[in-house]
Design a protein. Structure first.
Length: 479
């Protein structure tokens, strides 16, 4: 395995073992494309089964280590309070505090028991603001009381089970800033990655965290816009960060820190403490003993898919499909057709339904024109498959219908029969509120696609429990 060989080669160049990190948010896939895309965390939460969370963490640890990693920038410990946030979404364990607490604790314990350091992120917590900290600083605007009852609980309970590291976000938390320094004005408040109040005052002081603190990527807009570069880097270390994630220019940033050390703006004592924490994490990982157990990645992923797929809405009582009533299925893919491991949703759907005896066609809105209702078929099911991934650097993760008259949207809901499945976002019902059958599958994997189809035909029951409000707090999504 190329990644493992390269990382092993790096280890040979140093007397002290390296920290080799990856974003294993969805499984071993995050360290190596040969690894398993297990599931998005929201799908794991939708199983309502912590045994699945345990298996998920184990797959991340074992496959991550096989790729040469020993540090996982996960679990995402944010709470998806705001369904308009474009970056939290399926990366979280949902919007229910207890569900997030239980899953984060279980993941941290089982990941670290299998020899890999966890890093809860993104302190003080994303998911309140509707904006993306990759693009500019964002705000966790909860009151101090509400923060301690939610995000504070998540971090406190993760710390109690031995959390080794925390990744801090470029997120401002005004109420906590005021709690530590009542004289601060909003203009003086910095994101957590640069804030002494939030790191030394809250995370280390009030929550008692004694592990390593690393910034989220310092190339992000949320980091770069708060202070001039030299001042920002210095502020991060002085505030309590022990490591930086990424650099806009390594040698420039290194030079800024040397200058700050020499001119006294960077505390040597704080710098020494940071180095000690880095060495301590390395020693902890080297001294870990863990069972050499086998994993059943594919079987466990399939189990997760089967237990998580959620029937959100079926007011037309379409499920299970009646083949005699709907011998034809017309497939419309909205968003990206390609999913994990190179599969295409359209081809998976076509092959599946043809194998079940359906006549299958594909709808392409750019090849169609506006028309009335007289030519619509009553014995055709229009199946809309949505894959609009959560990603950084985009301001929204809503459905964009076809620029040609939105011909791919469920328009004639009284004259035709529609069903919609979302594979990467639980909130798409807000953009198709009058569709009468809606399913959340949470992850863009072959396992999720096929499990969804099996359940639509009644081969297995829907048992998934939505970890968020899939109706988005709207009245018309229930209609």
């Amino acid at each position: 395995m190329t990644f493992r060989k390269n990382r092993a080669r790096l280890d040979q160049l140093t007397q002290i073992p390296l920290l080799k990190a990856a974003n294993l948010e969805e499984g071993g896939y995050g360290a190596n494309e040969e690894g398993t895309y297990f599931a998005n965390p929201l799908q794991v939460a939708a199983t309502n089964d912590l045994e699945i969370t345990r298996k998920f963490a184990k797959v991340c640890a074992v496959e991550g280590k096989a790729a040469g990693c020993n540090w996982n920038f996960a679990p995402v410990s944010d709470i998806d309070f705001n369904n308009q946030n474009p970056i939290t979404n399926v990366r979280t364990y949902g919007s229910d505090v207890q569900t997030v607490v239980d899953n984060v604790k279980c993941y941290v314990q089982n990941l670290q028991q299998n020899g890999m350091a966890a890093a809860c992120k993104h302190f003080p917590g994303d998911g309140v603001d509707y904006r993306d900290q990759h693009l500019h600083p964002t705000y966790n605007s909860l009151s101090a009381e509400d923060w301690y009852a939610s995000y504070g609980r998540v971090y406190s309970e993760a710390i109690d089970v031995g959390l080794l590291s925390v990744m801090v976000g470029h997120i401002v938390q005004p109420a906590l800033e005021k709690e530590i320094n009542a004289k601060l004005e909003i203009a003086d408040m910095l994101p957590a990655s640069q804030s002494k109040q939030l790191l030394s005052g809250i995370l280390r002081g009030k929550l008692g965290f004694n592990g390593l603190i690393i910034t989220d990527a310092t190339i992000m807009g949320g980091y770069c816009m708060s202070l001039p570069r030299k001042a920002a880097l210095t502020a991060s270390i002085n505030a309590g960060c022990d490591m930086f994630c990424f650099s806009t220019d390594f040698y420039e940033d290194y030079g800024y820190l040397l200058e700050a050390l020499h001119d006294g703006t960077l505390s040597r004592e704080r710098l020494d403490e940071a180095v000690i924490r880095i060495l301590a994490l390395k020693m902890t990982l080297e001294s870990m003993s863990y069972p050499q157990e086998t994993i059943e990645s594919i079987a466990w992923r399939n189990e997760c898919a089967d237990k998580s797929i959620t029937l959100v809405k079926d007011i037309q009582h379409l499920i299970p499909f009646d083949r005699e009533r709907f011998p034809q299925i017309e497939i419309t893919v909205v968003g990206e057709d390609e999913i994990a491991e190179g599969y295409k949703i359209s081809l998976l759907a076509e092959n599946y339904f043809k194998s079940q005896g359906f006549e299958v066609s594909h709808y392409h809105p750019l090849e169609d024109d506006l028309h009335g209702t007289s030519q619509l078929s009553k014995d055709k099911l229009r199946l809309i498959l949505v894959n609009c991934p959560t990603a950084s650097n985009q301001t929204t993760v809503r459905i964009n219908w076809s620029p040609k008259h939105a011909l791919d949207m469920p328009r004639f809901v009284d004259e035709e029969t529609y069903a919609m499945i979302s594979f990467n976002n639980p909130y798409h019902l807000q953009d198709a509120p009058r569709v009468r059958t809606y399913i959340n599958a949470y992850s863009p994997t072959k396992a999720s696609v096929l499990a969804s189809f099996d359940k639509m035909l009644g081969y297995s029951p829907f048992v998934g429990v939505s970890p968020v409000d899939a109706f988005c707090g709207l009245v018309d999504t229930h209609l």
